[in-house]
Design a protein around this ligand. Structure first.
Ligand SMILES: *Cc1c(COP(=O)(O)O)cnc(C)c1O
Length: 429
């Protein structure tokens, strides 16, 4: 399978090259050259298949013969080593919980899949890759855990000093081995800028830098699995299915749309956002106006210029009318989110953290005009990861899950940096 750059369709690379490069040399995102729908019999028998079997069918055409079948199955088994329960919250509303992995964020799946693909490509070679990643909180932990101990790969995580929670900081600073944490004197955008600069820096090319954000196809593509898992559970209701994704960089929802291209019967998507409303505004008035991000309580979605949006546009040939048939996008304030968290909890006793609550709000809005449908929202993080908000808003005390407990007592190891020249010096050592 080849991938082309969205900046120039003549730039074509293999799956392996796309994974190793992350971003194309012309800075475009990679996109699969072909998308072949899955067979009717696959969808008919999906309820009899395990998650691993489903995932294999879904991903195989995108990897093609670049990883042998048995190895790919092994990678999938290690990627999906936890549960993805689809919980009934109220009539016609379900929560697909994506947070039961090692770092309790949905990003575990993409990080685990990508790290194992890189490890496969490096096997037996004297190749070294450096995965460089900027995090506002959740990505860093998932990438650290997903890449821990992977041979030939060094991971360098940049995070903004004082802007991530104590649990998040521990998840990315306490693992050791091939995982290095840099505490940046600045905000998330500063971290992101430094990472971008490093990718462009010709002096650093020998480091084989790659990205582990959802721009990397090996982190993005496996997110398709979730939508198939949801369908498997909800098929029996025999109603049109609406899926709401709490969206930041739009990687998740973009994977959902690709799943639909493979034939998955999803009737409508909702991209639910916080007040970072670039996409909802675009659907309203046709103008895509990227803005600096605004801080909210659902901070993993504080993105003013969603990087995967170009991939969505590609799938609809930039035709806003076609796009609007399949896709809605709604924005919600922190106040609305908190009120909804309380309502969900008092009406159903379900605990939604802020990202999930935004997803729920978007889903309910869409269901209001489609009463014959059923809907699922993605719950993208465990409430404990946003304990500073969940506990006071719901007036409850959360139990600490074992995944989190295991990092609490460990020592944080990190290096403080101030600017790009510090980063460059660190990488060149
Ligand atoms: C990353 C993240 C999101 C946003 O996902 P995108 O694929 O970037 O749209 C939502 N919720 C949580 C908890 C996240 O960590």
């Amino acid at each position: 399978m080849n991938y082309y750059s969205l900046n120039n369709k003549n730039t074509r690379v293999s799956f392996q090259e796309a994974v190793i490069q992350g971003l194309a040399p012309d800075k475009g995102l990679y996109f699969p050259e072909q998308i072949a729908p899955l067979s009717k019999s696959f969808f008919e028998s999906i309820d009899n298949l395990s998650n691993e079997e489903i995932a294999f069918e879904v991903i195989r055409q995108f990897v093609a013969n670049e990883i042998p079948e048995s190895e790919l199955k092994q990678i999938i088994a290690e990627t999906l080593c936890f549960e993805f329960p689809c919980i009934s919250v109220e009539k016609n509303v379900f929560s697909l919980e994506l947070y039961h992995g090692p770092t309790m964020a949905f990003k575990d799946v993409g990080a685990r899949f990508m790290s194992r693909c890189l490890a496969y490509f490096n096997k037996g070679k004297d190749m070294k890759n450096t995965v460089l990643v900027a995090t506002s909180g959740d990505t860093g932990g998932a990438v650290a855990s997903g890449f821990l101990g992977v041979k030939g790969v060094e991971v360098v995580i940049l995070y903004p000093s004082g802007k991530v929670s104590d649990i998040q900081e521990r998840q990315l600073t306490t693992l050791g081995q091939n995982i290095k944490a840099l505490e940046v004197d600045g905000v998330f955008d500063d971290c992101q800028d430094m990472v971008k600069k490093a990718f462009l820096d010709t002096d650093l090319q020998y480091k084989n830098l790659t990205s582990a954000n959802s721009i990397n196809i090996a982190r993005w593509l496996p997110q398709m699995f979730y939508f198939f898992f949801a369908y498997k559970e909800l098929k029996k209701y025999n109603k049109p299915l609406i899926v709401s994704c709490p969206s930041g960089n739009f990687g998740n929802i973009c994977a959902g749309i690709l799943a639909k291209k493979l034939g998955l019967p999803i009737s409508h998507f909702v991209a639910s956002t916080n007040i970072n409303d670039t996409v909802p505004k675009y659907l309203e008035n046709g103008i895509y106006d990227a803005k600096p991000s605004i801080a909210t309580i659902s901070n993993a979605m504080d993105v003013g210029n969603p990087s995967n949006f170009v991939r969505i546009q590609e799938m609809y040939n930039n035709d806003l009318n076609e796009f609007s048939k399949d896709f809605s996008s709604y924005s919600f304030s922190d106040e609305e989110t908190k009120i909804e968290m309380q309502k969900i909890f008092s009406n159903t006793s379900y605990i939604a953290e802020p990202h999930g609550a935004v997803g729920y709000l978007g889903l309910k809005k869409e269901l209001a005009t489609n009463p014959d449908s059923i809907g699922v929202f993605l719950e993208t993080a465990h409430p404990i990861k946003f304990l500073d908000i969940v506990e006071p808003v719901l007036n409850i005390k959360l139990e600490i899950p074992k995944q989190i407990e295991s990092v609490l007592g460990k020592e944080k190891i990190k290096l403080k940096i101030k600017n790009f020249s510090d980063l460059k010096q660190y990488l060149s050592k």
